[in-house]
Design a protein around this ligand. Structure first.
Ligand code: 3HC
Length: 283
């Protein structure tokens, strides 16, 4: 059982704000950290809009204001509370993640779970910078967090059995399903996702089919909810390129060699929905 229902979410981008939303919807108090008011304002606005959509669909009964009141924004990593769970959702750079883990190490000695939402980086490496590596674990959510049913749990090399059980209980509290993965590049889901999207980008590069037909083929012929290129726009082209590079270097296998299309898109800030344009354009 998680006794103290306070969660500290570090990073208020699309995933961090979505995680804060689910946590608050499920009755937890949440602190949401980021470096600027602009990011935090956007996060709270997105959360409010998402709650409204869920209320319109009658998925939620509680007042929007009561849910929002459980989320407090902060620009400091040292908060005036004792979170039982910390979830790092910072950019996918090991240096940034390690610096966050080292800074918060010692601030919250009673914390039960120190989690990262990384999609492909090593949990064991992040754990190497804290005094209690047995409490560090991967809790990998999916975009959009409020709708997706899974959380992938990734114990690091020295994560304790107790931490794993607490993480499972926490995910159950959020009314999500769990799958377990060992701590190797891309775990299960990102490894699979990156290969599918990379193959679609290679097919586009080779002129096998148009982007619309690649997506339609996978959507209607294979029954995926979205085509791989539309999904790439949702996940973020930079995130995907990063996962592919991690898989390529981590396994030393050329089957993960990123398509040059993805590189060109990142160089040109065509990052998908978040930049307004990726494979498709967004308002
Ligand atoms: N909050 C609340 N409601 C939302 C929402 C949000 N954030 N996002 C979408 N919705 C609602 C829409 O408003 C819509 O409501 P309506 O039916 O009343 O109009 C409903 O959900 C369905 O949305 P859409 O009609 O826009 O589109 P879809 O029916 O295709 O559903 C989807 C959207 C759930 C995103 C679906 O397309 C899907 O499941 N796509 C695949 C997503 C996926 O694979 N995500 C995982 C990516 S990998 C990842 O995130 C891990 C990372 O680490 C790499």
């Amino acid at each position: 059982m998680i006794e103290n229902k306070t969660v500290f979410v570090i990073g208020a981008g699309i995933m961090g704000s979505g995680i804060a939303e689910i946590v608050a919807i499920n009755g937890y108090n949440c602190y949401l950290y980021d470096i600027s008011d602009k990011i935090l304002d956007k996060a709270m606005n997105d959360i409010g809009n998402s709650i409204e959509k869920l209320k319109n669909k009658k998925v939620l009964n509680e007042n929007k204001e009561d849910i929002l009141a459980r989320i407090k924004v902060t620009k400091s990593l040292k908060i005036d509370s004792k979170p039982s769970i910390v979830i790092e959702v910072a950019p996918e750079k090991m240096d940034i993640k390690k610096s966050i883990f080292s800074e918060i190490d010692g601030y919250y000695p009673d914390t039960e779970i120190l989690a990262s939402n990384t999609s492909s980086l090593s949990i064991s490496e992040m754990a190497s910078v804290v005094k209690m590596p047995e409490k560090v674990i991967g809790l990998h959510f999916f975009n959009p967090p409020v709708l997706m049913k899974l959380v992938e749990i990734i114990p690091g090399y020295v994560t304790s059995y107790e931490t794993i059980e607490k993480a499972k209980n926490f995910v159950a509290d959020l009314k999500k399903e769990v799958t377990m993965s060992k701590d190797y590049p891309g775990f299960v889901t990102s490894r699979m996702l990156a290969v599918i999207i990379n193959e679609a980008a290679w097919m586009l590069y080779e002129g096998i089919a148009s982007k619309e037909d690649i997506d339609k083929a996978v959507n209607l012929g294979l029954n995926h909810p979205m085509g791989p290129l539309a999904l790439a726009d949702l996940v973020g082209i930079d995130t995907l390129l990063h996962i592919l590079e991690r898989l390529h270097t981590g396994f030393g296998d050329d089957k993960y060699r990123p398509s040059p299309v993805l590189r060109n898109m990142v160089y040109s800030n065509r990052l998908g929905r978040k930049s307004g344009e990726g494979f498709y354009r967004y308002k």
